[in-house]
Design a binder for this molecule. Structure first.
Ligand code: ADP
Ligand code: MG
Length: 605
């Protein structure tokens, strides 16, 4: 038996729409502030009571609303922002569905006070549960003030879904932060429970606004990015590798000035940082992507937080490549003279027969170069390491903080004024400066050097070496299957292999950089990487893991005695390597002990 069809009352329709648009106090804040921005306001003030759960007030000095239009504000599909369907493809404003105000009014009590600049009197309107109670003349400043109270009072089910007041408050502030980032020309003031919580006066540009909104920490560790591809443009700021966060919330993407969430763009950002920052740490970024309105569909999500790009691959590429290049460009040091003069020592050749050297290169004071070569200048590396590690409290405890003066902070190791003291445990190189000691993990450092070289020479530039006798390596049939998907990639890095029956592969060439390593060892390391089942990394991640494992097999091992020439060569190479603060697995390459820390340990302080 079929049921009869009825048309829903506007009251019910609005409540249903509200379910999509008004999820929580933060969505109300977002919609109201967006309306203020659309109304051309230069000053926006937001007042929240009890995390926005009790009341939300937004006051702007925008255009104001004509008295005759006030009732229309709360009608569904009433908007001043589009007139034709085609307009939705070119709207520069936030709204255009005409849904927010009626939705908000349907689940709360709303009071509106508004006056256009040239009108003598303003208008006051009140609504309860979507029904207009009164519209009357009222005195008020030019602009619009909207107070929303009794939020979700008539939809108890929604109220139940609200989190704690402080969580809701945080979400409201997040919403304002995003809008403030995209609109540096507007001044924002936020008052929470009667106290000013956040003020961002009008800023000259995004950069100045970022400093107000995201704090000094990010501002001191950011890199400007800018790129253009056809009619896409990407600008913004990304964090240097030493500045990390515990989640990806600090990655902000604005598409044509609108904050959006886009997993693929977030992934593109993360991919550029992979192998530079530790696993499960995240960068911060404020990205502005501008593209012709017809190349992006903003109409996908009711709250308009999601978009669809016509050329999503193009966007992904632009983001990941621009960030990767900008990060690589942050290596500013070109190597000090002393390193360029240091004898070219091939550290790679050390690996095969390291035991032959062991007795020759026993650490002794005699081996300290007469002219001590510096490791880093205190104002840059130490600070960078300090910053890097201070964000990881566990390590930070062990690592001392040098002078807090971070002027000129850089992000890579540069070598200028420290003395090499010797090797400890045949693994760690010890350097001394005026302000402390630095330990460098020789294996981690060399891994990073090799990884970056491998990446740099991948493809046509790679130099590989044919094996005199192709080497047959036995594997399980499962491993063979895994390898088959990577034959082309391995070829790109100079590792030519061929599948040989069900359970073996033949290695024909090795990249020169790995020529000291046994083919068997390389293949079994790759097999281990490919066989790892614990997560489902992307193809790109797998490839990066392969590179990292190759770098690991080729790098000088711990427990290898190094001559001072070799140490000099290692330092020189490291200096010329991007991302030289962490190894490909994200572990630190160097650890600092400041003089003051040491003095404290000796109870001198
Ligand atoms: P939309 O923003 O999609 O047009 P809304 O329901 O958010 O729909 O708002 C309806 C209309 O009310 C807007 O188109 C605008 O004309 C008017 N309006 C809402 N808020 C303000 C404001 N703060 N200042 C001026 N006009 C406003
Ligand atoms: Mg709106």
């Amino acid at each position: 038996m079929s049921k009869r069809i009825v048309i829903l009352s506007s009251e019910i329709a609005n409540k249903i729409a509200a379910g999509e648009v008004v999820e929580r106090p933060a969505s109300i804040v977002k919609e109201l502030v967006e309306n203020s921005i659309d109304a051309g306001a230069g000053d926006i003030r937001v007042e929240l009571e009890k995390g926005g759960c009790q009341s939300i007030k937004v006051i702007d000095n925008g255009s104001g609303i004509e008295r005759e239009d006030v009732a229309l504000v709360f009608e569904r599909h009433a908007t001043s922002k589009i007139y034709n369907f085609e307009d939705i493809y070119s709207v520069a404003s936030f709204g255009f569905r005409g849904e927010a105000m009626p939705s908000i009014a349907s689940i709360a009590r709303v009071e509106l006070l508004t006056r256009r600049k040239d009108d003598l009197a303003g208008t006051r309107a009140t609504l309860e549960a979507g029904k207009i109670q009164e519209v009357a003349p009222a005195g008020c400043p030019a602009g619009t003030q909207i107070s929303v109270t009794k939020i979700f009072a008539n939809v108890p089910a929604r109220r139940k879904f609200l989190k704690t007041e402080s969580t809701e408050q945080g979400l409201c502030l997040d919403a304002i932060t995003r809008l403030a980032l995209a609109h540096p020309e507007i001044s924002f003031q936020v008052n929470v429970n009667g106290r000013d919580a956040f003020t961002a006066p009008q800023a000259r540009d995004v950069s100045e606004r970022i400093a107000m909104v995201m704090g000094d920490d990010f501002s001191n560790h950011r890199v400007l990015i800018a790129a253009q591809k056809e009619n896409f443009s990407l600008t913004g700021f990304i964090s240097r590798p030493e500045f990390t966060k515990s989640n990806s919330k600090s990655i902000y993407l604005f598409v044509n000035k609108r904050f959006v969430r886009d997993n693929s763009v977030t992934h593109a950002v993360l991919s550029a940082y992979r192998q530079i920052i530790e696993p499960r740490r995240y960068p911060a970024a404020v990205l502005f992507l501008n593209l012709p309105p017809e190349d992006v569909d903003v109409n996908v999500h009711p709250a308009k937080m999601e978009v669809r790009f016509k050329d999503s691959h193009g966007v992904y590429d632009l983001v990941s490549k621009t960030i990767a290049q900008s990060l690589a460009g942050t290596e500013t040091s070109k190597g000090s003279l002393i390193y360029r003069l240091a004898p070219k020592v091939d550290l790679l050749s050390r690996r095969k027969d390291m035991n032959d050297y062991a007795s020759d290169f026993a650490p002794s004071r005699d081996r300290i170069p007469v002219k001590p070569f510096g490791l880093f200048s205190r104002q840059n590396l130490q600070q960078a390491i300090t910053n890097d590690l201070s964000t990881r409290s566990s390590v930070a405890e062990k690592v001392a903080t040098f002078n807090s003066d971070n002027i000129g902070a850089k992000e890579t190791i540069t070598f200028s004024s420290l003395k090499y003291l010797g090797q400890f445990a045949n693994t760690y190189l010890i350097f001394a400066g005026d302000d402390g000691l630095l330990l460098l993990d020789q294996h981690a450092a060399h891994e990073r050097i090799i990884l970056e070289r491998l990446k740099k020479t991948m493809g046509p530039q790679i130099i590989s070496q044919s094996l005199l006798m192709p080497e047959i390596v036995n594997l399980t049939p499962g491993q063979i299957t895994l390898f088959s998907g990577y034959i082309n990639f391995l070829q790109e890095i100079g590792l030519e292999i061929e599948i040989f029956g069900r359970d073996a592969i033949v290695v024909k060439t090795l990249p020169v950089i790995l020529s000291q390593v046994q083919a068997k060892e390389i293949i079994s390391d790759i097999a281990d990487q490919l066989g790892e089942q614990n997560q489902m990394p992307s193809l790109q991640e797998k490839k990066e893991k392969i590179l990292a494992s190759l770098a690991c097999s080729a790098a000088i091992k711990a427990n290898t005695v190094l001559s001072s020439d070799e140490v000099a060569a290692l330092c020189r190479d490291l200096e010329e390597t991007p991302f030289n603060l962490t190894c490909p697995h994200g572990r630190p390459i160097t650890i600092n002990f400041s003089l003051s820390e040491i003095e404290r340990m000796f109870k001198r302080k």
